[in-house]
Design a protein around this ligand. Structure first.
Ligand SMILES: *Cc1c(COP(=O)(O)O)cnc(C)c1O
Length: 231
């Protein structure tokens, strides 16, 4: 077994343990392997170990990987990074999910640019839940209106909310941030009657807390592929 297969297996075990501890079915949590900065060989090792959902942060790098692995028809690609309005077309054409929609202009462009022969692009609204200094994510108070606008766009399918809380080793603080995203999603579902089925939250260091608070997708990079090298 490759090192990546071993690490992937360890992450799957963490997900199963966290789901069981929360009284949830382990299958209710989908694992996205965050492969940004990692070579194709690393992704291929994860594919051989059964991984099918991959997430990328940078448009050019992500599209190159989608295209290089296209013959492998079973993969699902998720875009999770900050997105500039002038780069939406490639994302609309090559990805199945975008987790980082935080303003209407971006959603409108993705909807217009989604090719007709493709299923609607699955979208999560990114919410700036705890880190006020971060530029990504809409304010919690803006999330409901943005969700309503996205739900009306024909090229998109609104799925839920995503957040990257400020990093902390304090599990109670991790849980509080994830809980506030879950509660926001619940209130949007009720007040706007929108069928949100996705909470994209939890990474290598805090996936247990996220699963305890209801995460349906965890985005895990370094625990599967090792530390990233930005050189
Ligand atoms: C890089 C990244 C991750 C993965 O982070 P790890 O700590 O390596 O698991 C998850 N989500 C987003 C949005 C990221 O940019």
């Amino acid at each position: 077994m490759s090192a990546i297969a071993d690490k992937l297996q360890a992450v799957r075990q963490r997900i199963i343990a966290a789901a069981r501890a929360a009284g949830r079915a382990p299958e209710s949590v989908r694992l996205l392997a965050v492969s940004k900065t990692k070579p194709l060989a690393a992704i291929e090792a994860a594919i051989r170990a059964g991984q099918t959902d991959f997430a990328e942060n940078y448009v050019q790098e992500g599209v190159e990987k989608c295209l290089a692995l296209k013959s492998n028809g079973i993969l699902t690609w998720h875009f999770i990074g900050p997105l500039q309005s002038n780069k939406t077309r490639l994302v609309a054409e090559h990805f199945s999910w975008v987790h980082s929609v935080d303003r209407l202009r971006l959603a409108q462009r993705l909807s217009e640019q989604r090719p007709e022969q493709c299923a609607p692009l699955n979208v999560c609204v990114q919410v700036n839940i705890s880190d006020e200094k971060s530029k990504s994510g809409c304010a919690p108070a803006e999330a409901c209106a943005l969700c309503q606008a996205i739900a009306a766009l024909p090229g998109l399918r609104l799925r839920g909310l995503m957040a990257i809380p400020a990093p902390t080793a304090d599990v109670a603080a991790q849980r509080a941030a994830f809980r506030s995203l879950r509660q926001l999603a619940q209130s949007i579902s009720q007040h706007a009657s929108l069928p949100l089925d996705t909470l994209s939250m939890g990474m290598s260091d805090d996936l247990e807390a996220a699963i305890a608070e209801g995460a349906t997708m965890v985005r895990v990079g370094s625990a599967i592929f090792g530390e990233r090298n930005y050189a």
